[in-house]
Design a protein around this ligand. Structure first.
Ligand code: FPP
Length: 238
């Protein structure tokens, strides 16, 4: 089983368009797919699930759509937090806090605080998240420590750097799933997916369900992960 599964939930707009519905309707159905996925992942024993819900680039969308996505995050946390808490899921939100409305920051803080002692799985929502922005923020944090004299440049290695990212306490994703057939990373978890297996599925996100998740995991299980080394049969003794 992959320990950490990350998902780029793509295709809400196309799902809505194909039905003559506004894009926001696709996102609404996307939240239902998200619920199904959290539940399915829990049943399958996936320890870490990380979902891309709003990127730093999504601000370029019409204000109406941005507001709809913010509204869905609000509604999701308000409606599902008690259940996630009861089910033992630890909730984290990664991404920049900049430009995020105050009430959402409070909700995020509450979700993280209320679930911080949970040990029954980890749900991380990437919200106002961009991989490059995260890396820049991490570099700034380390540079600040160097300027303050609490860190020397030579002490900065890959582990130190990973520890300065929003995902510092999460293992790297083993499997990255993207729906809707697009084969792009779109600035998601750039540092963390160095050795993730990628599975691109042709399903649009609002149609995603536990069977699709199981299918992606089955594909993952056929992959041979080498992390830059040789395959076992290619390795020479001595
Ligand atoms: C991509 O579809 C999806 C997003 C930009 C947002 C994903 C958001 C959700 C699933 C719902 C929000 C949930 C929470 C909890 C905030 P797209 O609009 O890019 O689809 P398209 O490529 O077909 O246009």
């Amino acid at each position: 089983m992959p320990r950490h599964v990350a998902i780029i939930m793509d295709g809400n707009g196309r799902w809505a368009k194909s039905r003559g519905l506004p894009r926001a309707a696709g996102h609404e159905r996307g939240v239902e797919a998200l619920r199904r996925t959290v539940e399915a992942a829990g049943k399958m024993g996936i320890e870490y699930l990380t979902l891309f819900s709003f990127s730093t680039e999504n601000w370029r969308r019409p204000a109406e759509e941005v507001n709809a996505l913010f509204g869905l995050l609000r509604a999701y946390v308000k409606r599902d937090l008690a259940r996630l808490k009861a089910e033992g899921v630890r909730v984290r939100i990664i991404g920049s806090r900049e430009n995020v409305p105050e009430d959402i920051l409070e909700l995020i803080g509450k979700a993280e605080r209320d679930t911080q002692d949970n040990r029954g799985g980890n749900l991380t929502i990437a919200f106002n998240y961009g991989g490059r922005e995260e890396i820049v923020r991490a570099a700034q944090g380390l540079a600040r420590q160097v300027a303050e004299g609490t860190l020397t440049p030579d002490e900065i290695d890959a582990d130190k750097f990973a520890g300065a990212l929003d995902t510092s306490v999460l293992p790297d994703p083993d499997l990255l799933i993207r729906t809707s057939g697009e084969a792009r990373i779109s600035n998601f978890l750039l540092w963390q997916i160095a050795y993730a297996e990628l599975v691109i599925l042709d399903v649009l996100w609002p149609d995603f369900n536990g069977d699709h998740l199981a299918g992606a995991i089955a594909a993952f299980q056929t992959r041979e992960r080498r992390f830059g080394a040789l395959a076992d049969e290619g390795r020479e003794d001595g």
